[in-house]
Design a protein around this ligand. Sequence first.
Ligand code: OGA
Ligand code: NI
Length: 342
Amino acid sequence: MEKLVSNWSNVQSVPENYIFPPETRPGEYLKIPFSHSIPIIDLNEAQNGDRTNTIQKIIKAAQEFGFFQVINHGISLNEMKETMSVFKEVFQMPDEYKQNMHLDDDLKTCKIFTSSLRYETEKVHLWRDSLRHPSHPLEQWQHLWPENPTTYRECVGNFSIKIKDLGSRILDLISEGLGLECEYFDNDLTGSMIISVNHYPPCPTPSLTLGITKHKDPYIITILMQDDVSGLQVFKDGKWISVEPLPHAFVINIGHLLEIISKGKLISAEHRAVTNSSHTRTSAAFFIAPSDDCLIVPAQDISDENDRPILKCFKYKEFLKQFFNKHGDTDMLRKSLEAPKN
Ligand code: OGA
Ligand code: NI
């Protein structure tokens, strides 16, 4: 297996096969001011105040940015910090332990890998290591998770139950805002959850490298917990904007499947992660996703826009397979889902 970036010793310069071509490397976009335009939504308001107002704010953010942050979401700062530190500990485990959590072909198992799941075929490697495993339904997966740190299974298990519940609350607000029946997503559309912990070690020349290339998440929604180091950027109106790390907030983004289900009413924004030369950055993405055999159908109760192509129904499992085959190119994937015009 390829050596994890976090296991390299004494990194002085960026190896050739980690340098992105000028058109995709961060370059001048490496350091951009935080955008205060990405909305911060107080979820307490939905419970104890004006639910309609919260729903409107969420829908507006999901239409304009495809991204927003949530605060007062019911998960304590302590639990967030504790879980983040357990995630960080995994990457501080001895090299041997990390290298032994092998990469194999099965997307379902628990693994640590470097760069992306397409290491063999990608032209340029990513400056990151990643820990990835499913987490819902918990009883199906928890026994396959890392045994070390010893608190991992219990801590991450409890946390992921809370994250799944937060996801349901947000999706309830979204379904209400889209005029869909309540609990529209409360079925096999959200039958699984995948945890993906990104670990970006310091990089000597961050303007040349990327932690994750520009992509859309191929799921329903993503709940992202960041540490206090910045790096997440969102592509909006032809420019990159930076998402501020707020210790008590989660970043929410609309997945590609939700864009399709909402007939484009909500957008799934492209985003990426940049590296930096002084700090290690860790982020944990919780992808709320359908069950394998779930059929993805654009919602009937949402009106069609004239200029939008009608999409075929498809199985989530097939979509994901194609997503990985097409190297994460969601535009190309979407085209292949268009129903033939008659
Ligand atoms: C992802 C992702 C961004 C980050 O894991 O899909 O976009 O900030 N992560 O690590
Ligand atoms: Ni992403």
